[in-house]
Write a protein of this length. Structure first.
Length: 298
């Protein structure tokens, strides 16, 4: 089946991209596996008009608005790459159908991989976070612990004192030189070299020397990987970011594969709900312009 545009990923970036294409009166199919990156969190922040709302409610409202357009179809499924046909067309399989399009938008997101600390995953999104701009304010300038995972944890530790009193747990995962120690000292950060055994209660760090230190919240820098293999299977090029790889794009937000666009967390080194929505809108509009150019020259 030929489709004018396919958007893979029905979270913030994908919904935003699909809306632009729908409003351009293109026939759009959205394929979504219902695995939002922030599904573990009960509130979203920093997104104007929706600050403090349930992320699931934001997505549900956006989906209803998108599906009000009669030229949009939604498939609750995981998209599977089939083949490239010719110079521009991509064939995927979803919902038991083979779908071919000259305009594919990948809003497939990433998966966060946490440090291997007992009790950490169970608290992810509720009392353990990665973005201070998304969750720092709600900690009411209380005690904040940072669980080091690598070099980016230093950057996180220098930022977070604006939101509370900070302790950085090195946990054998981060080595600091004298200049870095001094910089942290100027920001009022306490450095704790002891090993972290586990996380208990709401946000209590259990150390190998028997101490337990309670916090209002904990932060850690995750590494990320692609949530879907589609970009790789389609032949897209990746760039390396501080957290993990992301899809390379040109100034028009197109990937290195003709007819394939990418947006959101899969195509940026860092992201948030607000950034994903804006990036999706820009990518959807750019994808539409590219589609019209291709049709005009065919």
């Amino acid at each position: 089946m030929d489709v004018e545009a396919i958007v893979v990923g029905g979270s913030y970036a994908g919904l935003s991209a699909a809306l632009q294409l729908a409003r351009a009166r293109r026939d759009v199919v959205v394929v979504d596996a219902n695995l939002r990156r922030n599904r573990f969190s009960g509130s979203a922040h920093g997104f104007i008009g929706h600050d403090g709302e349930d992320p699931a409610a934001i997505v549900a409202a956006a989906r209803r608005q998108l599906l009000a357009y009669p030229n949009v179809r939604w498939l609750d499924d995981t998209a599977r790459f089939v083949d490239r046909e010719g110079e521009r067309s991509t064939v995927i399989e979803a919902g038991g159908e083979r779908l071919r399009t000259r305009c594919l938008v990948l809003a497939t997101g990433v998966v966060d991989e946490l440090p291997a600390i007992d009790g950490l995953f169970e608290r992810w999104g509720t009392s353990v976070f990665h973005c201070p701009y998304c969750h720092g304010y709600e900690l009411e300038r209380g005690r904040i612990g940072i669980l080091a995972s690598g070099p980016m944890s230093l950057h996180q530790a220098l930022l977070l004192p604006d939101w509370g009193t900070v302790t950085l747990f090195l946990d054998g995962r981060l080595a600091l030189d004298r200049a870095q120690v001094d910089a942290l000292g100027r920001r009022g950060v306490t450095i704790e070299p002891s090993r972290v055994v586990r996380i208990g209660e709401r946000a209590t760090v259990h150390l190998d020397d028997g101490r337990r230190i309670a916090f209002e919240g904990l932060f850690t820098v995750t590494t990320t990987r692609m949530a879907s293999p589609l970009a790789e299977q389609a032949g897209c090029t990746f760039d390396g970011g501080p957290a993990g790889p992301f899809v390379r794009r040109d100034d028009g937000l197109a990937t290195t594969v003709a007819g394939v666009f990418a947006c959101g967390d899969a195509a940026r080194p860092f992201g948030s709900v607000a950034i994903a929505v804006g990036d999706g809108a820009a990518t959807g509009a750019s994808a539409h312009r590219s589609l019209i150019t291709a049709l005009a020259s065919a």
